[in-house]
Structure formats: structure tokens, C-alpha cells
Design a protein around this ligand. Structure first.
Ligand SMILES: *Cc1c(COP(=O)(O)O)cnc(C)c1O
Length: 383
């Protein structure tokens, strides 16, 4: 991404800066891959729901993948079409379900039988039919990576395959439910394609199985999770969309009339955002040198929460000497560390520092812990 240092110098730190040209190029890369296919991509708002970002994504024609009632509202306000909205989550409250039904969203991704019954009841009271997909736990481990995995029987998401027949029968029996298809989401920051190939195989088996029972679906939703390159963001500023979609083009048996949905969050927005902070102090003790930033885990929690690492660059130092620093935030928590033993040019108070690849799960996870202000956001194109 482009970081125009002179412009950035004029803003109060810490803030998120978004390169909308890179976002547009990313969206174009996605659309190029799905052009002429039955594939439909929904953007997962939880990665970043900044209204300016959402407007760009609406303009590119993507749908919305939602995980709360307020996300449904934000998607409506941003101009996403309800017929391109899917709402997932293990714990939807009644008002959240009502919001979805009242706005005629395309489907609820249902995670349990009790939830399905409540959706049916609420829809009946309103004289409506609610579209649903059953979220299946395919027991596919995204184990090529140690990050978050959501598609194994060890976790709370989805419905296990052994009870799927029963659950599908139940869905078909409820009068105010319209069963649209099956939904999967196996995890996040997945950098190998093998788990997706296994997911295609599982999906083929399930479609064959239900086909032999005379049950056909209008759609299957393969979820999201495509990873991005946190180590070399400059080199790989656009995610591996071709490789990703090719797996499904090659391995998923798409019957005529079947639509294939995807829910991408991180891979759409991560590389287009950076968290920009100022160096408050450089502090030295007997063991280490610390660079203390005015941004902390309240602005970007991924390092503290998942031991994630964002590439750190000093935007203003002209020094040729390289030093080793721990780069930390100001929050009263030992986990408020952005990097250990970072090699940076000689750094001093007042320098501007950027944490790259921070567009996804950055601003959207910011908190007011320590009563701090939420970070501001700025864009490469004036809004
Ligand atoms: C978080 C989430 C996504 C998006 O995941 P990414 O890793 O950001 O692509 C998609 N679908 C569901 C159900 C999710 O919870």
C-alpha cells in the first residue's frame, strides 16, 4: 500500500489509514476470478465495517456476510441489497432475527435446531418465510496453519454431519422456513489450499447424498478464511484469489442451477489498511531498548489476542544505523506488545511508525479500554 508520509504527518495519531486504490484493485482481482462463474462473494463486515470501506465494496457488487443485528443495519445503511445478505452466528437474539426477517435478508446461516425453531416462529408471527442455510461442521481441520480453526467437532460452530439428515428433515418440515442450502466456514488466515480441497470433497459427498434423497439446494456457501501475507505485505499486496477460486472451479461439482457463495473478510481489506502511530519515548533498560508508541492493543488487538505479528516500519527516520527494539503500546497490560526484537532504523521520539496489514480485524476490534479514544480513520481519496 502507499503511505504518503507528508500527508500522514498532518493527522493526529494514532489513526488507521486506508489505501482505497489498493482496495479497488483487490476487489477487481476478486471480480476477475468469479466473472462467468456461478460464484457470488459476500464481504464479511466483521473484518472492517468502516462506512467508507463498505461503500467501495457495495460499488464492486459484493454481498454482505453478517454476524450481528447491528451489522445487518450497517450493511443496509451502506447500500448492500438484502437479497445479497447472509447472517451467521451461534447466538442470534430475537431482535436480531426480527431485524433480518423484517428486511428480507437472503438467508440465516442456522447453527442449531433450537435456533431454526425460533426463526420459524418469528417468521410465522410476521406472516413471512425466512430463507436459511444449515451451517455444517465438516470436520475439516485447517491444520496447515496454527491459527483459528472453526470447522472441527472440537468447537461450537455448526451442525455435525451424523445428525445432518435429521436437521434437514426438520428444516423441510417447518412451514415458515425456506431451506436454501448448506453453509461451511472452516477458519481464518488459511494459507494452504489443501483444506479447501478437502472441503470441496466433503461438499460433493453431501450434495450427492442429499441428491439421492431427492433434496436439491439452490446454493452452497463455502465460507471465507483466505489468508494474507503478513510477512511481505509490499510484495503480496493482493491475496491469492486465483489459487483460491481455482480450487473450487476444479474440485467442486457444481450442478446446473447451483450457486456457490463465498464469505471473504480479511483477504479483501487487510492489506489496504495500516495503523499509524507516533513514537512517544525510546526507553532503555539493562536488557532491552523499547520503542513506546501512542497506539496500543486498544487500537490493534491482534498481537495481544492471537500473538499475531504486523510488519512495523518507521516512516520518518532517515538514519542508516539499524537498532533492535521491542515495540510496545502504552496500555497497562504486559501483552500490549507489537513486536519483540524488531530491526528498525535508529528511532527517536516523534517518529511516525506504521503497522502494516492492519485493515482487517484492526479498527473493527478497537476498544475503549483504559478509557482511550477510538482511533480515527483517513483515506487515500478524500471522503
Ligand atoms: C469471520 C467469518 C468470515 C470471514 O472470515 P475471513 O477469515 O475474514 O475471510 C466468513 N464467514 C463467517 C461465518 C465468519 O464468521
Amino acid at each position: 500500500m502507499q503511505l504518503p508520509v507528508t500527508t500522514l504527518q498532518g493527522y493526529n495519531t494514532p489513526f488507521y489509514y486506508y489505501d482505497l486504490e489498493l482496495l479497488r484493485a483487490t476487489l477487481k482481482a476478486v471480480n476477475n476470478e468469479i466473472n462467468g462463474t456461478p460464484f457470488i462473494v459476500h464481504y464479511a463486515l466483521k473484518a472492517n465495517a468502516n462506512p467508507v470501506i463498505l461503500r467501495e465494496i457495495v460499488q464492486a457488487g459484493l454481498g454482505a456476510d453478517l454476524v450481528s443485528g447491528n451489522e445487518v443495519k450497517a450493511a443496509l445503511e451502506a447500500g448492500f441489497q438484502p437479497c445479497k445478505m447472509a447472517y451467521a452466528g451461534v447466538g442470534k437474539t430475537d431482535w436480531e432475527i426480527e431485524t433480518g426477517i423484517d428486511n428480507d435478508i437472503y438467508c440465516f446461516n442456522v447453527e442449531s435446531v433450537p435456533e431454526m425453531e425460533v426463526i420459524n416462529e418469528i417468521a410465522a408471527k410476521r406472516g413471512k418465510t425466512a430463507g436459511i442455510a444449515i451451517r455444517v461442521n465438516p470436520n475439516v481441520d485447517a491444520h496447515t496453519h496454527r491459527y483459528i480453526t472453526t470447522g472441527t467437532t472440537e468447537n461450537k460452530f455448526g451442525i455435525d454431519i451424523p445428525v445432518l439428515d435429521e436437521v434437514i428433515d426438520k428444516a423441510l418440515s417447518l412451514p415458515n422456513i425456506h431451506l436454501r442450502g448448506l453453509h461451511f466456514h472452516i477458519g481464518s488466515q488459511i494459507t494452504e489450499m489443501e483444506p479447501y480441497r478437502l472441503l470441496c470433497e466433503k461438499t460433493n459427498e453431501l450434495l450427492d447424498h442429499f441428491g439421492s434423497r431427492g433434496i436439491t439446494f439452490e446454493m452452497v456457501d463455502m465460507g471465507g478464511g483466505l489468508g494474507v501475507d503478513y510477512q511481505n505485505p509490499e510484495k503480496n499486496s493482493i491475496a491469492r484469489f486465483k489459487e483460491f477460486f481455482d480450487v473450487f472451479k476444479q474440485h467442486l461439482h457444481v450442478r446446473p442451477g447451483l450457486k456457490v457463495h463465498f464469505e471473504l473478510g480479511r483477504s479483501i481489506i487487510a492489506q489496504s489498511g495500516a495503523l499509524v502511530a507516533r513514537v512517544l519515548y525510546v526507553k532503555e533498560n539493562s536488557a532491552k531498548k523499547f520503542v513506546i508508541l501512542d497506539a496500543g492493543m486498544t487500537d490493534l488487538i491482534r498481537p495481544a489476542l492471537y500473538s499475531a505479528h504486523h510488519k512495523i516500519v518507521n516512516l520518518t527516520s532517515q538514519a542508516s544505523a539499524i537498532e533492535t527494539y521491542d515495540v510496545v503500546g502504552p496500555i497497562c497490560e504486559s501483552s500490549d506488545v507489537f513486536g519483540h526484537d524488531e530491526q528498525l532504523p535508529l528511532t527517536k521520539r516523534g517518529d511516525l511508525v506504521a503497522l502494516l496489514t492492519a485493515g482487517a480485524y484492526g479498527e473493527s476490534m478497537a476498544s475503549r479500554y483504559n478509557m482511550r479514544n477510538l482511533p480515527q480513520s483517513y483515506f487515500s481519496i478524500d471522503k
